[in-house]
Design a protein around this ligand. Structure first.
Ligand SMILES: [Zn+2]
Ligand SMILES: [Zn+2]
Length: 209
């Protein structure tokens, strides 16, 4: 796989732009969090949070960074993202994109009420496969339904919490900790193209739906 130094925008006849990126169909799973997809995207395309904002947010293709508030800045919510651009960038279905936000799995009364974690909770085995589910952010889930191991809440190397915001602070090491520890093997991994197998996905789906 060729790693570009930047994403490439190709002008199309209708005045729109097509985004070409390092990403293949199957790189993400149906119930994978959009935090996971966005960090993979940043890692594989060598882009930072500013470039994500300018290329994947807003209604028109343009270079206008948006203001992200306390709630919209968390990558658990759609915020100012353009669904159309995310679907295009991730080669994902509308359902897969919707399933990737924790908001889709909570009643509105429960949003931001402490019923889910605001820093990363993850399964140490799933994250090695390049997989994180919105399910793991819910406080009542303590073990991974796929691997039956306790969820982790901090970096295995330095012990810090891992933030979920769309800031350069949290994108210093995409799919990793700001201490530079990488949570997945990245492009050296033989399994990143399919984050979870279909039977493993079914286990996540059973809990989420
Ligand atoms: Zn797991
Ligand atoms: Zn760390």
């Amino acid at each position: 796989m060729v790693i570009n130094s930047r994403m490439v925008f190709i002008p199309m006849k209708n005045g729109d732009h097509e985004l070409t990126t390092n990403w293949r169909a199957g790189t993400s799973s149906q119930f994978e969090s959009n935090w996971s997809k966005l960090h993979k995207f940043a890692y594989l395309n060598h882009v930072d949070s500013i470039q994500i904002k300018t290329s994947l947010c807003g209604d028109e293709w343009g270079l206008k960074p948006h203001c992200w508030g306390k709630k919209t800045g968390q990558l658990l919510y759609p915020g100012h993202f353009s669904p159309r651009r995310l679907i295009s960038a991730f080669r994902a279905s509308e359902d897969s994109l919707k399933n990737g936000w924790i908001q889709s799995h909570l009643s509105t009364d429960h949003s931001m009420s402490g019923i889910h974690a605001l820093t990363l909770r993850y399964c140490p085995d799933c994250i090695q496969q390049g997989y994180h589910s919105p399910l793991y952010q819910m406080s009542w889930i303590t073990r991974c339904p796929v691997h039956d191991v306790p969820l982790s809440e901090s970096c295995p190397s330095c012990g810090q919490f891992i933030g979920l915001t769309l800031t350069n602070h949290d994108f210093v090491t995409p799919y990793g900790c700001k201490c530079n520890y990488l949570l997945w093997p990245g492009r050296d991994s033989p399994v990143w193209e399919n984050a979870l197998t279909r039977p493993q996905e079914e286990l996540i789906k059973d809990v989420l739906t």
